[in-house]
Design a protein around this ligand. Structure first.
Ligand code: HEC
Ligand code: HEC
Length: 343
């Protein structure tokens, strides 16, 4: 009887030991169920694809001739299709800016309305003309406004070359990096109007050394007419119908790109409020006036609130549309029309 009891006891301990061993092995194999931990590590999907935009200067000479022509047109715009083009019929742009003066690194720089992947975003609805526009229409938007010039015919050699260049720039762009190469950095718009005296002080401190005391810039050479430092106002600058003439857009560009060589979209130098004030300051001076801008935005409700020329679908003053405060105008469109505006 005593022997039987001790046998049962031993059997019990044996079964328990085997059970514990199996449990330990299982716990070792499957330590936890992913997702059940409250502070789970970021999932692998959140890691963005490794990909670098083209190094344009390094690729020169190796690209397709049409792509290379596109590059020349956007980089040496004044002599290729501007006021100093040899052939008078090739004089399309009206000032001596280059496209690449605003679309930095020849269009490859994130945070400066980059052209990397831009072809895939068109055709696209545009409020300014209130219709679906092609990439050629968008390029001509900058030709008529930023370049203060006239349209390139859509099927012309220069237009095709610029589009081919933009296509080449976007080759291989992974879908998860598209956003980074779209538009400008967003800023928190101050809930006040531009302070022009602060803008002026900042201009003198951070910008004048390159862009000049009267915003006139510095030419590369007298002959080339291209700029080493482009002008920010005056007769050789973008006209009043340009995107850069809207204070919010200019502030976003400046925040992510200026002072040149010191600021990038990832590592800006100015605060949002500083970029806002200096953007108002450079846009407070005279510049070329585009004819017919009052016909922009046939649906006036779609006009960006910082469009400095009328007519508008509201009763805010011209002064407020130019310098802000913009938040009350944005609130008005939200309440009146349920439209959310960010520029
Ligand atoms: C003075 C600065 C300036 C110059 C010069 C300029 N652009 Fe632009 N461009 C802009 C701004 C600002 C925007 C964005 C406008 C907006 O947000 O409404 C833009 C937008 C664009 C877009 C659309 C980008 C997108 O993501 O949708 C294209 C394409 C473009 N520009 C092409 C050109 C070409 C080609 C030239 C030369 C012929 C040129 N630009 C010259 C300022 C400029
Ligand atoms: C170190 C010189 C330098 C400084 C300082 C500088 N910029 Fe620029 N800026 C440039 C250059 C160069 C370009 C054209 C970039 C290119 O072509 O690659 C440019 C382009 C621009 C443009 C777009 C082109 C145009 O002519 O409209 C604006 C707007 C601008 N700068 C504003 C500013 C403001 C505002 C400041 C001060 C906060 C500033 N910059 C400081 C060199 C400078």
């Amino acid at each position: 009887m005593e022997e039987l009891r001790s046998l049962i006891r031993r059997l019990f301990w044996l079964v328990l030991t085997i059970f514990l061993l199996i449990s330990v092995v299982f716990i070792g194999l499957f330590p936890y169920t992913p997702g059940s931990t409250p502070n789970a590590e970021p999932q692998p999907e959140a890691i963005l694809s490794e990909w670098q935009p083209k190094n344009v200067p390094a690729a020169l000479g190796t690209m397709d001739p049409e792509v290379q022509l596109g590059y020349l047109l956007i980089k040496e715009t004044p002599s290729q299709m501007g006021p100093s083009a040899e052939n008078p019929k090739m004089r399309f742009s009206g000032n001596n800016l280059a496209c690449a003066n605003c679309h930095l690194k020849e269009g490859a720089q994130a945070g400066s309305a980059s052209w990397v992947g831009v072809i895939d975003r068109f055709p696209q609805f545009g409020g300014r003309s209130n219709k679906i526009g092609t990439i050629e229409d968008r390029i001509n938007g900058c030709m008529e406004r930023s370049m203060n010039g006239k349209k390139l015919p859509p099927d012309s050699e220069p237009m095709k070359a610029i589009v081919a260049y933009m296509n080449w720039l976007g080759e291989g762009l992974p879908a998860d990096r598209q956003k980074e190469f779209t538009g400008f950095v967003k800023i928190k718009i101050p809930d006040r109007a531009v302070d022009l005296s602060k803008g002026k002080a900042l201009y003198l401190k951070e910008c004048m050394i390159c862009h000049g005391g009267s915003g006139q810039g510095v030419l590369l050479t007298e002959a080339s007419k291209g700029y080493l430092y482009p002008p920010l106002w005056g007769q050789d600058s973008y006209n009043n119908g340009a995107g850069m003439h809207r204070v919010i857009t200019a502030a976003e560009f400046i925040k992510g790109n200026m002072p040149f060589g010191q600021a990038t979209w990832e590592n800006p130098k100015l605060t949002d409020a500083e970029a806002f004030d200096v953007a108002g300051y450079i846009n407070s001076f005279d510049r070329p006036v585009k004819e017919g801008v009052e016909k922009d935005y046939p649906d006036q409700k779609l006009k960006p609130v910082s469009t400095p020329y009328g007519p508008w679908a509201d009763d805010f003053s011209a002064e407020q549309h130019k310098y802000g405060p913009f938040l009350p105008i944005m609130d008005y469109y939200k309440q009146q029309y349920d439209i959310t505006k960010n520029k």
